[in-house]
Design a protein around this ligand. Structure first.
Ligand code: ZN
Length: 375
């Protein structure tokens, strides 16, 4: 009897210890990484300033405004629409922590779907965090989920009907921020977030907008700039110049009847040139091996090398993989070129941004060299 009692106590203690550690690991997903915006950062506002309906929800997210006394145009840049695409959020962080504004304004939302950062996709085996070495220490970033956290929006319908088009998609897409534009004030949390972003574009008189993404190396639209027709001339010239500098990019026009995408709805509803960019991430497709924090940085997966040999991929996949520094570098390079061309055609609305990390320097030094040293 006594023996059974002590066994029971032992099992109880063991389960308490195990649940303590798993709860701690689970709750750490809701912790935010720290950002250190540059001196050009004048304001940090919650997105709920533009639409009250997301206040006190995990859909609310910080909006960083960078400006200088010199007036000009305004660009909006979104990272973390899909929090499982590391180059997306990291590109915006590298920008935020380095840029110097000479004229105009840059508005950055690094965690566009903040709720998606607070959980991980089940059965994907993604790491919870990934790490960079900076000059004086390590910094961590969240590897989140593609979609809004089901704790914040549940249940999914059988079929997701996009508002207002009525387009039908699978139920889980109801939590995909990049299928929920233009959103509505009384819709799901995801629709409320996109509605808030639409309000921001109006209230801040945004002139052009970019949404940064990643996709699997086998996805047909990768290393791509997907453009709304209103940005077609701009992006056409951008791609031409990038190709002259040996950067291969595909220019794709966004399909008119595929609704809910950021750049499509921004352009259609708010008449601004809008752009979506994609780089290739080996953690995304269906050929990848096991995943871990290192792979988020190196982008190296031997199964993708094999897949490339069998010509299964849409982009070349070299023996050393497609590292994060290359993907972030490409995004930054494209943003720089977009601004350059924009300024040529819109001198009265120019947005002059200096100190954007250089592609080649980033290949040499790594992403961590462009992040502010952590505490
Ligand atoms: Zn994406």
């Amino acid at each position: 009897m006594n023996h059974h009692k002590s066994l029971a106590i032992f099992i109880l203690l063991l389960s308490l210890i195990l649940s303590y550690f798993s709860a701690r690991s689970f709750l750490s997903m809701r912790e935010n990484e720290k950002y250190y915006p540059s001196e050009s950062n004048t304001k940090i506002k919650p997105l709920s300033d533009y639409f009250e309906g997301i206040k006190n929800t995990r859909g609310d997210t910080p909006v960083y405004l960078f400006e200088n006394e010199q007036p000009g145009g305004t660009i909006l840049i979104l990272g973390g629409t899909h929090p499982d695409e590391p180059a997306s959020n990291i590109t915006t962080v590298c920008l935020m922590e380095n840029l110097k504004i000479s004229s105009g304004r840059v508005i950055i939302i690094p965690r566009a779907n903040n709720s998606g950062f607070t959980h991980s996709d089940p059965q994907e085996g993604n790491p919870q965090r990934f790490y960079f070495k900076t000059k004086s220490g390590e910094r961590w970033f969240r590897y989140g989920s593609r979609s809004t956290n089901p704790i914040d929006q549940w249940p999914d319908p059988e079929v997701y009907r996009h508002y207002p088009s009525g387009q039908k998609l699978s139920g889980a897409e109801t939590r995909n921020l990049n299928r929920a534009y233009p959103g509505r004030p009384d819709g799901s949390l995801t629709e409320k977030i996109t509605y808030a972003i639409m309000q921001l574009i109006k209230d801040e008189a945004v002139d052009l907008a970019i949404d940064i993404h990643e996709a699997s190396p086998e996805y047909p639209v990768v290393n791509a700039i997907v453009t709304h027709p209103l940005a077609f001339d701009l992006t056409g010239e951008v791609v031409l110049y990038l190709q002259m500098e040996d950067f291969e990019f595909n220019l794709e026009q966004s399909p008119e009847n595929f609704r809910g995408l950021s750049h499509r709805e921004w352009g259609d509803h708010l008449q601004i040139p809008a752009i979506l960019m994609e780089t290739a991430c080996a953690m995304h497709g269906r050929y990848h091996g096991s995943k871990n924090a290192d792979k988020a940085i190196t982008g190296l997966d031997r199964f993708y090398i094999e897949a490339d040999k069998h010509e299964l991929l849409s982009v070349p996949y070299p023996e050393n993989g497609i590292p994060l520094k290359e993907r972030v570098g490409r995004h930054l390079k494209t943003i720089q070129k977009i601004l350059e061309i924009w300024n040529n055609y819109n001198p009265e609305k120019s947005i002059v941004v200096e100190n954007i990390p250089d592609f080649f320097e980033m290949q040499e030094k790594g992403v961590g060299a462009f992040l502010v040293s952590g505490e």
